[in-house]
Design a protein around this ligand. Structure first.
Ligand code: NAD
Length: 361
């Protein structure tokens, strides 16, 4: 088989080091020559953000962070940036906080320094998201890609273990979907495989000890790789499903990804044997699904969508919204019937193995 593909590498500076966020941020602000900084962090992360910003001058703090970035919040934050003649956005927080910075940059073209405190990976993608009238819209624009990402595992110590597990599995979902996303190629597959290995190393370590620094570092490293792979491969079946569950039914982001992942893996894997074997090997397992399920069990991971507010009454409508968005090159053809079966199984936490191609009727 000839090796043929196209690949885009996004330009971004990444500074990685525990305990170094304060000095890394000060150096980056100086390098960029910024003088009027808007610091974005949710009210609960404000103190942490102020510690990170100890060596820079901030002209305005913005803390109205809301998950999935409602358009009204984005417009208010853009206005605040303009009124204060801001020349740099610094966001400290999870994907919701990074998402708000991206929404401001989308209209103002302001540069961003992102300091992530979860494993969502938003900081390493050029994907933005906004919610208007209960529908989430996403788009791709290089202007929202943070210029610099500062990773400091110390900042993730306070992320509760349950949320860390869900967030780390959100990273794992980026890796697995990258194996068969619409623009999957050998480069993002290699990054995804390394990302899975890092997440597999980090997740059990922090479940044993929430303050295991080496484990937290592996999770941040894996989260970054997962996002680079994902942004290159594009949204596969998994992300198209979760996008609707989050945007239309308001399910929580990381927990939804952590649940749905096993079902999409089971659904697609036998139609993509190379990806399946690569995922298994990165998980250190004979079989990809068994490896993922063993890990999820060990982590006491989220199990069923019903726990997050999804109901059986919503499945038919959800399938209608999801189907047109499914990439045409998904390894296995997706139909109304088999997508309904997938959601029914994920709703109640059935064994995902029932969805494997060989077992599905
Ligand atoms: P989040 O940012 O909403 O954070 C979840 C919760 O954790 C919040 O209550 C937050 O205050 C808290 N938190 C964050 N860091 C903490 C810390 N270190 N200690 C204690 N608490 C902490 O959740 P998320 O999963 O990181 O991000 C979800 C959002 O990001 C969604 O809107 C999703 O669509 C978006 N996202 C976008 C992309 C992209 O490429 N554009 C990628 C992934 C996620």
């Amino acid at each position: 088989m000839p090796l043929e593909f196209s690949h885009i590498t996004l330009g971004q500076r990444v500074l990685f080091g525990a305990g170094q966020a304060v000095s890394h941020l000060a150096a980056e602000v100086q390098r960029l020559g910024a003088e009027r900084i808007m610091l974005i962090a949710s009210a609960s992360q404000r103190e942490l953000a102020q510690r990170v910003a100890a060596e820079i001058d901030v002209v305005v703090h913005y803390d109205n962070v809301v998950m999935h970035v409602p358009i009204e919040v984005a417009q208010d934050a853009r206005q605040v940036a303009r009124e204060n003649a801001v020349d740099l956005l610094v966001c400290v927080g999870g994907g919701s906080t990074t998402g708000l910075a991206k929404a401001i940059a989308l209209e103002t073209q302001l540069p961003i320094i992102a300091v992530p405190t979860t494993y969502s990976g938003s900081e390493a993608t050029n994907v933005w998201g906004l919610t208007e009238a209960a529908r989430k819209t996403t788009g791709i624009d290089d202007v929202v890609l943070p210029n610099t990402v500062i990773y400091d595992a110390d900042l993730t110590m306070s992320l509760p273990v349950k949320l860390s597990v869900a967030s780390g599995l959100n990273g794992m979902a980026h890796c697995i979907d990258s194996m068969w996303g619409p623009r999957a190629n050998p480069i993002n597959q290699a990054l995804a495989a390394e990302g899975i290995s890092a997440l597999v190393a980090g997740l059990p370590a922090i479940v044993q000890d929430a303050e295991d620094l080496a484990g937290r570092e592996q999770l941040l490293y894996g989260a970054y790789l997962s996002a680079v792979a994902f942004t290159s491969a594009g949204s596969g079946l998994h992300h198209k499903i979760c996008h609707v569950l989050g945007g239309t039914y308001d399910l929580p982001h990381a927990q939804t990804h952590a649940t749905v992942l096993a079902y999409v893996l089971a659904f697609n894997m036998d139609a993509a044997p190379d990806a399946r074997d690569r995922i298994a090997s990165a998980l250190g397992a004979e079989d990809a699904l068994e490896g993922l399920q063993r890990l999820r069990h060990q982590l006491d991971a989220p199990e069923k969508l019903v726990d997050y507010g999804f109901t059986s009454d919503e499945i038919a409508e959800a399938v209608e919204i999801m189907l047109p968005a499914v990439p045409v090159n998904n390894p296995r053809p997706v139909t109304k019937e088999n997508l309904t079966a997938l959601l029914q199984a994920a709703l109640v936490g059935d064994d995902p193995a029932v969805l494997r191609q060989s077992k599905f009727h």
